[in-house]
Design a protein around this ligand. Sequence first.
Ligand SMILES: [Zn+2]
Ligand SMILES: [Zn+2]
Length: 535
Amino acid sequence: MKITFLGAARTVTGSCYLLEHNGCKFLVDCGMFQGNKALKNNNYVDFPFNPGDIDFVLLTHAHIDHSGLLPKLYKNGFKNPIYTSTASVALLEIMLPDSGYIQEQEVERKNRKLMRAGEHMLEPIYTAEDALATVPLCKGVRYGEEFSPAEGIKVVLQDAGHIFGSAMLEIFYEENGVQRKLVFTGDLGRKDQAIVRDPYPMQSADYMVMESTYGNRNHGGDAEKEIPIFAEVITKTVRRGGNVIIPAFAVDRTQDILYLLNEMQLNKMIPECTVYVDSPLAIKATEIFSRFPDYYDRMTAKLFKEEGRPPFVLKNLVYTASAAESQQLNSIKSGAIIISASGMADAGRIKHHLKHNLWRKECSVLFFGYQVEGTLGRRLIEGEKQVTIHGEEVEVKAEIYNMEGFSAHADHDEMLEWLHGFKHMPGRMFMTHGEEESTVSWAAEISEKFGVNAIAPEHGYCFDLATDAAGEAVVHPASIVHPEAATAAADAASDTARTLDAELLLEINADIQRVMASRDVDKLIRLRDYLRRIR
Ligand SMILES: [Zn+2]
Ligand SMILES: [Zn+2]
C-alpha cells in the first residue's frame, strides 16, 4: 500500500490522501483548503492525479475541510462511489450545495472587481449544481459494518465522536501474504460531548494516520465547569431585561448549544425564554440531526425516548428562515436567546443581532468556538469597547463571554489517553491535520513515548508501507505555500463565507425599507427605475 499526502500536511485544512494498492487507487477525504490566500489557492490547482482513475473515496466526515473538494473531483471526471456514514450523507446533501453556492458568490464578487480592472474573469471551483450532482455518489454505511469497496480491501467505519456522523476508518488489506490494518483517525472527538458518542476505543493498527490539531496544547477551559456559568449568564441577562446573543457555527455547534439549553431548562437552571435559531443552514442541519437517532449517545437517546422529541428541538424554539423574519428579531428587547451564524461574528445575520444588542449593557454575548485573529469575535473577546458593524460605530456595553471548554477535537492530553488504550500500537504513524509546530512536536512526542516511528509528512510526500520507505514526492513541496500563522479554525472558515450573501441580502433589504419608509416619491421612482434596469 502506497500513501501520498495531498492535504492537511503540516497544516490543518485540505485533508486528502491518495492510496494505491494492487492497481486500485482510492482517496481518503477530499477536503477544501481554508484560511489564508496561499492556502486557498491550492483549491484552484489541478489534482496531481486523474480523478477518472480513482476507484472510490472513503470520507471521514462532512466538514468542508474534509469533503469540500468532492464536487471538484466529480466535475473533473470522478463518477465512482463515496463511502461515508449515513448521517454524513444527509449532511453532505445540504453542506456541499451550500459550499458550491459560496464558491459562485465569491467568484462573482471577485469578477466584478476583475471586470472593472479589465482582467480575465475567474471560474468557481465548482457550482451548487456540481455539488448536487455529486451527492448521489455518496453511499451511506453504518458504524462497525464491514464492506469491501474493491477486491482485497475491506473497510470498517467506527465512531470518531467528533461531529454528527464522523468516522475513523479501519482499512484491512493483504500485503506479501500478511494481513495488514491501516487506520485513519479523521478528526478525533472527545468524551462527554453533547449528542455524539465518545470516540471508539481503537485497540490495534499496523499503520495510522492521526490528526494533530491540538498536538501541542490543551483546551483553555472545561465544558463541565462552563455549563453553570452559561446558565448564570442567561439568568442574569433575562432578569435585567436583556437578550442573550450566541454566534455559532450552523452544523453541530448550534445543535450542541440547543442540547445544553434544553438540559438547563429541564433542570430549571434558567428562566423561561424563547430560543431563536436564525440561520437557514442550522435549521436544515437540526432537522437532519432529528432524523438519525441511531447516532445519539446513550443520554441523548434516553432523553429522546422520555420527551418524545430530540433533546435539541426545544419546546420554545423558533426558527427564523427568511431574512424578513430575521430582521423582526431586531425589535425584541428582552428575554430572547438568539443563536446565529457565523460563529466568529465576522459575517452573516449575527452581525445584525450584535449591532442591535452590543450597545445595551443589559445584554450578553457568548462565544463557543475558537476566534481567529482579525475577526469581530476576536476583537470582542479581547475586550474592544468600540467596533464597526456594517459601517456603523457601535459601543460595546453588553457583557462578553468566551466559553473555551467547548471543542469538537480531542486536545493533547485526550489524544494521549486515547492512544494509551491501544494493545497493539501501530509501528508507523503519520501526524497530519495540525499546524506545522503542532504536528512536528506531536510526532516527536509520540515517537519518544511509545517507541513508534511517527513522522509529520510534508505536502506531496509519498510513502510505501510495504517497504517502509519514502517514495518520490508527487507534488514538489515548495509549490505549496504553508501558512505562516493559519490558525486551527479549519472547520470555521467556511461558515464565514457562507453567510456573506445572506448579509448582502439583509443590507439591500434594509436600504429598500428605509427608502420606502421615507415616502419620498422622487426617491421611490428612482429606486423603481433602477431596479427595473438591473433586473
Ligand atoms: Zn472536522
Ligand atoms: Zn478537520
